[in-house]
Ligand binder design. Structure first.
Ligand code: SF4
Length: 344
């Protein structure tokens, strides 16, 4: 089998380190490590559907955004190694608990091993779709390894402004790399959305509540079986960048993929030493590090009205910081947002 690790070039960072011995920019050696697996109810409705998305959060990241809400696992190494056998068991558990899909979050640095794990899970009886949930800072050569396995893709298109990407992610080439990866995903995964029947259980809408059982009723919903949902997070104070990104999406993705515009940007209370905090503050200086305002929200709504996308989600404005995850807790999210099945 190909040795992907002895001089790693799995992602555009091209560190060329020997990951059998040490980690590269992504912070990870050769193992697949993960922090949490849960039924997640906070994804787009096409993904969450009735049973929730069977979400697995991997440790490490090729992009390491300076504002990352998951920094404890993406940058601080929280999590533990997961063998192929344990991964298969986690997927089967998620499926048995009603997960609509297996949602693989930020695994771009371990694609060859994840591809092996996904094949093993199929052979063991996992039949629900696989979703690839990533920053899109990925090479097409790596993504090819997931062909025939992953059918649903949830890439971010964070910015097309290379000065911003250099500052926030240390990746001046992010715009061209992500645009190429997303075009590949769209070309290889035509939209297939089907209507499914199920039982809608009401879930508590606040942290104070329990997870479900407020009532249940039969209904129908749409579920994505194949295709791409391109996510774009509006960065406070960078309206022109979002306008540029939406223009690109109109030209390259409209009608062929679903667009998801997010307004949940939330400053994270990073717990780290002063040196790292100072570096973050410097990186974050290109955005206004605050919640999105009502005025910005109104402007974004006008913008998406003007573009008139075929299929678009737009998030309700986020009013507080309570939803931020804390991966040191066995339940990193609110009970309304997720049911945890496995924790590192
Ligand atoms: S996967 Fe990690 S080690 Fe490999 S090139 Fe990317 S950042 Fe570097």
């Amino acid at each position: 089998m190909t040795d992907f690790y002895s001089s790693c070039s799995q992602c555009p960072r091209n560190c060329h380190v020997n990951r059998n011995e040490k980690s590269g920019f992504c912070g990870e050696k050769k193992e697949v490590r993960a922090a949490v697996a849960c039924l997640h109810f906070g994804e787009e409705p096409l993904i969450t559907v009735f049973g929730g998305s069977g979400t697995i959060f991997f440790t490490g990241c090729t992009l390491r955004c300076s504002f990352c809400q998951n920094y404890q696992i993406s940058q601080d190494g929280m999590g533990r190694a997961v063998s192929k056998e344990e991964f298969v068991k986690i997927c089967l558990d998620l499926q048995n608990k009603g997960a609509e899909n297996i949602n693989l979050v930020t695994g771009s640095h371990v694609i060859p091993l994840i591809a092996e794990y996904l094949k093993a899970a199929r052979e063991a009886g996992v039949t629900i779709p696989y979703c690839w949930n990533s920053s899109a800072y990925e090479t097409v050569e790596s993504l090819e390894l997931l062909k025939g396995l992953v059918t649903v893709w949830l890439p971010d298109l964070k910015t097309l402004n290379s000065e911003v990407s250099k500052k926030l992610f240390g990746a001046e080439d992010y715009p061209e790399v992500a645009a190429k990866a997303i075009k590949w995903m769209i070309e290889n995964n035509p939209l297939e959305i089907k209507t499914v029947n199920g039982i809608e259980k009401s879930r508590a809408s606040s942290d104070a509540g329990c997870s479900s059982d407020g009532g249940a009723e039969n209904s129908t919903k749409e579920k994505m079986m194949s295709g791409v949902i391109v996510r774009h997070l509006f960065l406070p104070g960078r309206f022109e960048d979002t306008a540029e990104t939406l223009a690109w999406l109109k030209e390259n993705a409209d009608g062929k993929a679903v667009i998801s515009l997010m307004s949940q940007y939330t400053p994270v209370p990073f717990k780290e030493d002063e040196d790292r905090l100072a570096k973050r503050r410097e990186a974050l200086s290109v955005i206004e590090n605050r919640l999105v305002t009502d005025e910005e929200d109104a402007d974004l709504r006008d913008l998406i009205d003007a573009y008139d996308f075929d299929y678009l989600f737009y998030q309700d404005l986020c009013a507080d910081t309570e939803w931020l995850p804390d991966f040191t807790r066995p339940q990193p999210f609110s009970n309304a947002l997720a049911t945890v099945l496995w924790h590192w």
